[in-house]
Design a binder for this molecule. Sequence first.
Ligand code: NAD
Length: 296
Amino acid sequence: MKIAFIGLGNMGGPMALNLLKAGHTLSAFDLSAEACKKFAAEGLAIAASAAETVASAEVVISMLPASAHVEALYLGSDGLLEKIAPGALVIDSSTIAAATSRKVAEAGVKRGIAVIDAPVSGGTGGAIAGTLTFMVGGAEADLERARPVLEKMGANIFHAGAAGAGQTAKICNNMLLGILMIGTSEAIALGVANGLDPKVLSEIMRRSSGGNWALEKYNPLPGVMENAPASKGYAGGFGTDLMLKDLGLAQENAAAVRASTPLGGLARNLYAAHSLGGHGALDFSSVIKLVQGKAA
Ligand code: NAD
């Protein structure tokens, strides 16, 4: 299958490599020359532009930061929906506003191009291991067309509902993740301030009723978990500014449907303060710095 892959960041790069390993023919592109160089060295064929990647592609996958990037890519003045062959399938795995996903899907229908939103969960570790969870919005038949491709990058594939529903599921999940990373950070900082060994405390909580994904796979304190971003200077991983974007999407959505999400709102403000403190590009687990104080 001929696949165009656009966006070779922390997530997109390893996802594209898994498709390459599975035997697909890929043409990839990123606006960052550095990202292109990095993944060309890993064997990806890099195109000169996004438009070039989609020439003769049967499937187009995008993994971009936010709504504005996706809207510009597909619907801009030189948008890709004008260049992708009718009959092709577009899988957008970026985490963006559900309304933007619906807008792109509706524009696709007019051109005979099927578009599904398929945001992911599982972090960079899941992207590398090919064990991501996909939350898909769109027609069931289009998900079935996408399934063989998604299976090369993920272990769990859910149909959340119609166009945009994948994004709604994703912001619910990330609102919870944002809250629990702050809660986990507070608990670890409290224990450390009392002289506890953070590795021992983390293991106690992991196996107790406070156990959660951050304690399982993504401990926020450096040195507790060798492969977590915290132990790599909070480099790579899931950027604080991307978490801030997702929590903003959750709050916008909550306002639109009049849902009460007080902890989601507080979490958004805490990540905003952390970003304003100069940590926007660091992995989101660095939010522990906000609560560490001198004791840690
Ligand atoms: P990233 O910032 O590492 O990568 C995004 C890439 O998109 C960059 O390399 C950038 O140069 C490229 N890009 C932007 N506009 C482009 C365009 N028009 N054409 C080509 N390339 C373009 O981000 P990431 O961590 O890979 O995240 C991507 C998406 O996945 C985001 O929506 C994020 O919220 C979501 N996500 C991230 C994680 C994670 O752990 N990092 C987990 C789940 C979901």
